[in-house]
Write a protein of this length. Structure first.
Length: 325
C-alpha cells in the first residue's frame, strides 16, 4: 500500500506567504512523489475554534480550495476536500478524546497562546483542537504531514494518541512525522515573531499585486545598512532574500553588510520583484478558476466522496476494536 500524506489549512482568510512556504510547497512536493497518496483539506471545523463570521465562512473555505488549485494542487493526483464534509473526523476525534488527558491539552504551548489571544473564547472546541487534528491525520493513517514548525506540538499529540490507541486497542496507526520545507518558519514583516494572519502588517497574501508587495517589503524595519551582527528586520529581509533569490544572494549581501554596507532600497525592490514573479502565475490561475465555479464545485464534491470512503473504513475498524458493536 502507498504511504499516505495529509495536511490542512484553516479558512481564516486569504493564504499568506507563511502558509504557502511552510505548508503548500511541501504539499506540492509530496503530490509529485508517486510513492505517496496525498489528502489535502480545508480545516473548516478548526476555523470554528476562534471567532469567525458565519456569513462568510463558506466563501472562505472555497477560497482555500481555489488557492490550492491555483498553487498547483491537482485533483487528479490529490484528494482535495473540506473537513466537515467528512463527519467521520468528528466521530474518531471523540473516540480519541477517551485516551487524551485534559492536563496534557491544557499545557500545550499552542493552546496557551490562543488563550492569551482570545481570553473570552476558551472553549471545549479549542481544548480539543489537537485531538481533532490527530483524527484528521490518523483517519487516513497518514505517516507524513507537510506543515510549518508551529504545528510540531500537535504532531506530538498525534503520535501519542496513535501509540495509546495501538497499545490499548490493537489498532495499526502510524506515528506521523512532519514534512519540513525550507520555509518552515516564515518571520513577520514587522521584524518580530512569525508571519500570521492575525497580526496586521506581518504578512503578504498570495493575492497581493506588485505595488502592494513593494509597499509591504518597504516597511520591513531596517538600519543604517552596515554592522557586525544581522538581527531583527534585517535578518527577516535576508531570510526572504534567501527564500526567493537563493542562498548565494543572501551570503553576498551579508558580506557587504559587514564590510562596505548595503542599500536597502535596491535590495527591497529586487526582492519584491522576485516574490511577485513566484506569485503571478498563481494569481493568473486563480482568475481562471474564479470563472469556472462548476469545476470548483465538482472538485469539492468528488474530494469528499473519495476521502469519506477511506475515513469510513478506519472508523468502522476503530469502533469494532473499541467494543462498539
Ligand atoms: P493554519 O491555518 O493555522 O496554518 C496553515 C499552515 O500554514 C503554516 N504556517 C506557517 N508556516 C511557516 N511560517 C509561518 N509564519 C506560518 N504560518 C502558518 C502552518 O504551520 C500550517 O501548516 N492546525 C493547522 C490546520 C490543520 C491541520 C490538520 C494541518 C487542521 N488539521 C491536520 C495538518 C494536518 C493550522 O494551524 O492551520
Amino acid at each position: 500500500m502507498k504511504k499516505r500524506v495529509l495536511s490542512g489549512i484553516r479558512a481564516t482568510g486569504r493564504l499568506h506567504l507563511g502558509n504557502y512556504l511552510g505548508a503548500v510547497k511541501g504539499m506540492l512536493e509530496l503530490q509529485k512523489n508517486p510513492e505517496y497518496e496525498t489528502f489535502y483539506m480545508v480545516a473548516d471545523l478548526h476555523t470554528l475554534t476562534t471567532p469567525y463570521d458565519k456569513n462568510t465562512l463558506s466563501q472562505s473555505v472555497r477560497d482555500v480550495i481555489i488557492d490550492y488549485l491555483a498553487a498547483g494542487l491537482d485533483p487528479k493526483k490529490s484528494v482535495l476536500f473540506v473537513q466537515s464534509h467528512v463527519p467521520e473526523h468528528l466521530e474518531l476525534a471523540y473516540l480519541f478524546s477517551t485516551v487524551t488527558t485534559v492536563a496534557k491539552m491544557q499545557h500545550l504551548p499552542t493552546f496557551k497562546e490562543k488563550v492569551k489571544q482570545y481570553p473570552e473564547n476558551v472553549t471545549m472546541a479549542l481544548l480539543n483542537y489537537p485531538v481533532l487534528m490527530a483524527s484528521d491525520i490518523l483517519i487516513y493513517k497518514a505517516s507524513l504531514v507537510p506543515v510549518g514548525i508551529d504545528q510540531e506540538p500537535h504532531l506530538e499529540v498525534t503520535r501519542e494518541i496513535a501509540r495509546r490507541m495501538n497499545q490499548e486497542y490493537g489498532t495499526d496507526f502510524p506515528e506521523p512525522k512532519r514534512f519540513a520545507t525550507k520555509g518552515e518558519y516564515i518571520p513577520s514583516l514587522t521584524g518580530e515573531g512569525k508571519m500570521s494572519k492575525t497580526v496586521e502588517g506581518s504578512y503578504i497574501n498570495l493575492t497581493d499585486d506588485l505595488p502592494i508587495i513593494k509597499s509591504k517589503i518597504a516597511k520591513i524595519p531596517t538600519d543604517a545598512g552596515k554592522g557586525s551582527e544581522i538581527v531583527g528586520g534585517v535578518k527577516t529581509l535576508m531570510e526572504f532574500v534567501e527564500l526567493f533569490e537563493g542562498l548565494e544572494e543572501r551570503e553576498g549581501l551579508e558580506r557587504l553588510y559587514k564590510t562596505t554596507g548595503v542599500r536597502y532600497s535596491e535590495i527591497k525592490e529586487k526582492l519584491a520583484g522576485a516574490i511577485y514573479r513566484e506569485l503571478e502565475p498563481i494569481q493568473k490561475r486563480r482568475a481562471e478558476l474564479e470563472k469556472d465555479p462548476e469545476y470548483v464545485d465538482r472538485v469539492i464534491r468528488e474530494g469528499a466522496e473519495k476521502a469519506r470512503k477511506v475515513a469510513q473504513e478506519t472508523v468502522a475498524e476503530v469502533r469494532e476494536k473499541m467494543g462498539l458493536r
